[in-house]
Design a protein around this ligand. Sequence first.
Ligand SMILES: [Zn+2]
Length: 350
Amino acid sequence: MTTQASLPPETPQTSDARVVHVLEFPGGYTRSTGPVIGRFLTGLRSGRLFGVRMPDGRVLVPPTEYDPQTAAALGAADEDWVQVGPAGTVTTWTWVDDPRPDHPLDRPFAWALIRPDGADTALLHAVDSGSKAAMATGMRVHPTWRAERTGAVKDIACFAPGEGPAEVPALAPAGVPTPVDGPASDGEAELEPVSMVTLPHRLEYRLRGGTVWNHFIDGMAVGQIRGTRCAKCGKVFVPPRGACPGDGVPATEWVDLPDTGVLTTFAVNNVPAAGAPEVPFISGYVLLDGADVAMLALVSDVPWQEVRIGMRVRGVWVPDAERTRSVKNLKWFAPTGEPDIPFEQFEEYV
Ligand SMILES: [Zn+2]
């Protein structure tokens, strides 16, 4: 069963969804460093900057595993490694008036490319110059080292104007109190070289839905799934698109779709994630009856071992009283108990 409306003029303009979206690996993304980056990061932990010498004699900081021009492997021999800086010269910069929460400084600062003395390339870091007027290309800067160094570029809190001195506080790994006395190397001798890092990955942005998305969300708020149809090819898109990706023409006709369909493919998720159901949970693509594009959804109310491609499913909604203007009103899809659909009947939508 479908009902239809056109856009415009029937599309209501009363709602205006602006939502904050976050794309991230919660807890960061863990990866191995390899020997070259690992050696650079191990140097940072000990409060020293290292570069790697290329066959033509130039020194790369931060080091790379391969010569950017010839692709020859770099850094294999100890003599290829050169301690540089710690002071250096700003080669270019840009000013940040309003630091973001994850920026290295909570006050206005400069992002700068800094060429450490003895290096032929520059590394990106923050310069705490106090004011934009105090920044200049060619200015001399030195690093301000943290005590809690883990083998990361943030082991340098920032760079500051002038030659230094760039004092290196005794190492106080996270969770370990700063030693009252004793040389910095005491704690380092027991540490393994850095070989793994966990890097933050987070993108936060505000999304203004626009006419099509708002009409779709208004439908979800009352338990109705709305798609758009292309006037040229007749394909129905859900979630709706404002234009047909195949024909490049506006998809101006609204179609109300049922909340039943077929599961065209699925995954059993065993990696816990913030905001996701308890593992193992099923995510999959559901081709709604009357739609030409499968939509990503959760599948539940069925043991994961019994989920199969071709399974007939129906949407499970939150109670009317709990509905908001959100796609989360449609909690998941559950089996209808009808016979499976043969793969041949939906293979073109997989
Ligand atoms: Zn089309």
